[in-house]
Design a protein around this ligand. Sequence first.
Ligand code: AMP
Length: 436
Amino acid sequence: MAINAPEGTYDMLSDRKLFWEQFKATARSVFGRYGYVSVETPVIERTELFVRGIGEATDVVSKEMFTAISGANLTKLLAGEKLASKSRLSLRPEGTAGVVRACVQHDLVPQGAPPAKLMYAGQMFRAERPQHGRQREFNQVGIECLGADDPTIDAEGIIMLMRFFAEVGIPRESMTLLVNSMGCEACRPAYREAVLSYMRSHEDALCATCKERMEMNPLRAFDCKNEACARIMEDAPKISDYLCEECAEHYGRVKELLELAGISFVEDSRLVRGLDYYTRTVFEVQVAGSDKAQNAIGGGGRYDKLAEEVGGRPTPGFGFALGFERCANVLEDVGHVFPEARSCQVFVASVADEVRTDAFALTQLLRDAGIQAEEDHQGRSLKSQFKLADKLRAELVVILGPDELREGQVRIRNMHTHEEELIAKDVVAGEIANRL
Ligand code: AMP
């Protein structure tokens, strides 16, 4: 039986791959205007990084990580040996922890330095139940800004994300930007207590999962998709009533700057996001129409304690990630025209076998002149070579015939207008370059 790609993964074939490359180029161009530069961190990291950084109680870490064990270790493991923590590696479920680790490891934000503005793009892995818009391997583009806690960083980051979505073609009216503040270590504990005591008073009606994680992380109940839990959490205490003065001021300034930039948003006091590391600003961009569980195309927030969690000095941070496949789904829904990968601008056709060596040489010559050129490799008839040129969407076909070649000439056919003309073989590369 044929072996297919694992469930929740997919093969990025040529057209989609071309779109992914363009998508990343657009991100580099938009984010570059705000000072962000690209970095690439490993796809595998020590499991500990995610446990400490993202939080042990989160779904992503407790249930969804692909944890890798090398072959040699597997043998030892089967023999009952305990693995050293440094041998436990996990495929990254998100990009922030790795980038922050790299910043700490390479001291990218020394004291007094300007903020490090970094962007990344690549695969993330989560062992979730695969469904439309929810995969086990998916691609994200993200940014992280370390070293500044000013609300201008949060505001410009959100503005930049909205600019990016507009530039790739996602209609503004299909997106809702939700914002909230999650407070800081000074004000969140009291809020957490208030939510916990509210949940205790409704414990009987909560789902098993919410009950189970109530003590460890009560705020996660805001993300629960169970209808009864959602109804109960509607009336739960609101973080806005608990923010300390500094957090309230920070949040107020972020909103003010967004308004100034003409970015409309909806405040959602129930937006807590799934990862433990957020402090203060959190935000999410949702699209209408798709399944509620998969309607977020991007989101992020501030994480002022994360660098310390992974062993660095106190370094405030802000970041977001957006999902490539979910964006592509939205673009599909709005009838976006995706690029088609093309491998041939000019096709070199041979009228007879005796000119095939000339065709081979001319094809190389055109390639060396920077032109995407192709010829027949399967001994096709002239008619079938034309069909192939058409299929490859060649713009021009160079026709080599023994009679014309003897006179030092070749024929060029324009595949759109079907016009043909004779030109001197010696100048063919230059002539073709002019016509493309
Ligand atoms: P998160 O790190 O969960 O905030 O995810 C950031 C973005 O990545 C989301 O807004 C989605 O667009 C995308 N994303 C997250 N999980 C998945 C998944 N399992 N499959 C596809 N896209 C995802």
